[in-house]
Design a protein around this ligand. Structure first.
Ligand code: SF4
Length: 588
């Protein structure tokens, strides 16, 4: 029997005669433990057949990876210019082993090495593999001083505020860092743990600066804005219980390594499937879902910690949960195992968990938590939906006007830029959207009519309302930030997501695509979805070259118009008697 593991099969390597040592990248420390297990099981032992083709099969993930690679290349080019002779890059090589050899050859070669080295692959050791965007020499000019890791990421790493420790992009060194009055650190766990992972790799290769008690262990991050380097002391107490990032990392790495090694040597699994938030985007979901369904696992209806708490009290299946009487409570005594929180799943929480289980078993898509849902309605109503591309911008604001006649054509309109993002033309389309909305608000105010504007899950819309006002300040129609804040805080702006969350239990999720069909809405496009829309957008504006695709532009407008019609359908249904046909929680 061969022992090719899932990940090796994924890499297209030939079956190995004997298990190779497990090597984990930094991402394993923030990854589901079951996924780590599945990625190291000999492929012929996989419960659901061949391994998935990996995240790259997801077009959204592949696009984000390509954008991140372009961001890193852009930063490397800027540092090459800013740092001149103090900067060098490891020569390109194919494969991680060749890149590690090229890094080692550069660092230990006869030629003097500059103080900043880009694109390093560190030697695999002690169960770790990994690469780092920049190695920063701890003491400039001192070859024996060791290196700090500096990573480049494509998300924001600070928020407005104060207290982050930053250095200018042209001086990417902790010695040049100072407390920043304008930035507050936005801690992203995976970045911090990756820095800890890289520090441990540098230490294993004898390339880290000497450690001494109380001395800082530096790691740097450059985020999406790419205007400063944020420095983090990995040895400083930071997490719960005063643990440092290094201590947290060490615990997680040891745990994931044990899971992976057990899987590879066919020992009993140290991680079982259980549905968590991460499952939504995990390529292994079909495998895990089949396993969970086969045993009617309770996490199919209550995920994460709640499932652990139920299992701790002996409730392991949906059937068992559905059969409970919430008035009686959970069976059995609280668990002895301190790792399994008892957490008192009782009262309303238990009542709803039981209702979810009963709804799941009867294939009921929604369960009413309240006798009658309420949504504030207006004389004039606008449904709003925005389309964006990752962190690059919002290219389309769609609005559906309905209600009393205010002298503005009712129906859908899309305010769009087809200039590829990022573009200043986004400010033009946003300004036009805001001008239109402001006109609608003013006409309502003149006539003494109540205006309500609706969206579904305001986080994204609010984020781009604020960001657009900031980025395009001064352009025609773009309001000052205070005007945006006034609108967001006003009772004219209504998020339907919390309305739905308060009104229903949703065994199959609370997304608009899940909920609106219960109100009778269907999207024209069977492939409608956020990830697909990003792919359509790239073709619509020829982001990857070639000619812009007019059909994909039309598809995006139809998709956006459908989204706003879906919110219209949902809220008019919510305030109709038809919603009473949804079973009430106590009636199941
Ligand atoms: S589907 Fe869920 S449980 Fe399974 S490996 Fe992925 S994240 Fe883990």
């Amino acid at each position: 029997m061969s022992t090719t593991t899932a990940r090796e099969a994924d890499d297209g390597c030939a079956p190995a005669a004997a298990p190779r040592p497990v090597l984990l990248d930094a991402a394993a420390t923030t990854r589901c433990r079951r996924r780590v297990h599945l990625e190291h099981v000999p492929v012929e032992d996989l419960p659901g057949g061949p391994p998935p083709s990996g995240d790259d099969a997801d077009p959204g993930v592949a696009m984000r990876r390509a954008d991140a690679a372009a961001h890193r290349a852009d930063l490397a080019a800027r540092w090459a210019e800013l740092l001149g002779p103090h900067w060098t890059s490891v020569p390109p090589a194919s494969g991680s082993r060749a890149r590690a050899e090229a890094t080692e050859a550069l660092l230990s070669g006869p030629a003097p090495v500059p103080d900043f080295v880009g694109g390093a692959e560190l030697p695999a050791a002690e169960g770790r593999r990994g690469n780092v965007e920049v190695l920063v020499r701890a003491e400039p000019g001192d070859p024996a001083s060791g290196w700090w890791p500096l990573v480049v990421v494509r998300h924001r790493v600070t928020d407005p505020g104060g207290g982050a420790l930053t250095s200018p992009l042209g001086r990417p060194h902790p010695a040049a860092a100072a407390p920043d009055d304008t930035r507050r650190i936005r801690t992203v766990t995976r970045d911090v743990l990756r820095l800890a992972h890289l520090h441990r790799m540098l230490r294993a290769a004898d390339l880290a600066p000497p450690e001494s008690p109380g001395a800082p262990v530096w790691g740097g991050v450059v985020g999406l804005d790419a205007d400063v380097v944020v420095w983090i002391d990995l040895a400083a107490p930071s997490g719960s219980g005063g643990r440092s990032a290094l201590e947290t990392y060490d615990g997680r790495h040891a745990d994931r390594l044990a899971v992976a090694e057990a899987a590879r040597r066919r020992a009993p699994a140290l991680a079982e499937p259980s549905r968590i938030t991460e499952c939504r985007r995990c390529p292994w979901w079909p495998t895990c879902e089949a396993e969970l369904r086969a045993v009617d696992d309770v996490s199919l209806v209550v995920r994460g910690d709640a499932a652990l708490r139920l299992r701790g009290r002996g409730v392991t299946t949906v059937r068992e949960l559905a059969a409970l009487d919430p008035a009686v409570g959970l069976p059995g005594p609280p668990p002895d195992d301190p790792e399994v929180g008892d957490g008192a799943l009782e009262g309303a929480e238990l009542r709803e968990a039981v209702a979810l289980a009963r709804a799941w078993r009867r294939d009921v898509p929604l369960v009413r938590r309240v006798r009658r849902p309420t949504v504030a309605r207006g004389d004039v109503e606008v449904d709003v939906d925005m389309e964006s591309l990752g962190e690059d911008g919002a290219y389309l604001w769609g609005a559906l006007l309905s209600g009393a006649d205010i002298g503005v054509e009712p129906g859908y309109r899309g305010f769009v830029t087809w200039d590829p993002l990022p573009t200043r033309d986004e400010g033009r389309s946003f300004g036009e959207f805001w001008t239109w909305l402001t006109d609608v608000r003013a006409r309502c105010a003149e006539r003494g009519l109540v205006l309500r504007a609706y969206c579904y899950n305001e986080q994204a819309e609010n984020r781009w309302l604020r960001a657009s006002a900031e980025r395009f300040a001064g352009m025609a129609g773009v309001p000052p930030a205070a005007e945006i804040e006034e609108f967001i805080a006003s009772d004219a702006w209504i998020d339907l997501f919390p309305v739905v969350s308060d009104a229903f239990l949703c065994p199959h999720g609370k997304g608009l695509k899940r909920v609106a069909p219960s109100a009778g809405f269907a999207w024209h496009d069977p492939e409608a979805g956020g990830e697909n829309s990003m792919r359509w957008y790239r073709d619509a504006v020829a982001l990857d070259g070639g000619e812009p695709d007019a059909a994909q532009r039309e598809r995006l407008l139809v998709y956006n118009a459908d989204d706003v019609r879906a919110t219209w359908t949902l809220r008019t249904w919510l305030t109709s008697d038809r919603v009473l046909e949804v079973p009430f929680v106590d009636d199941l």
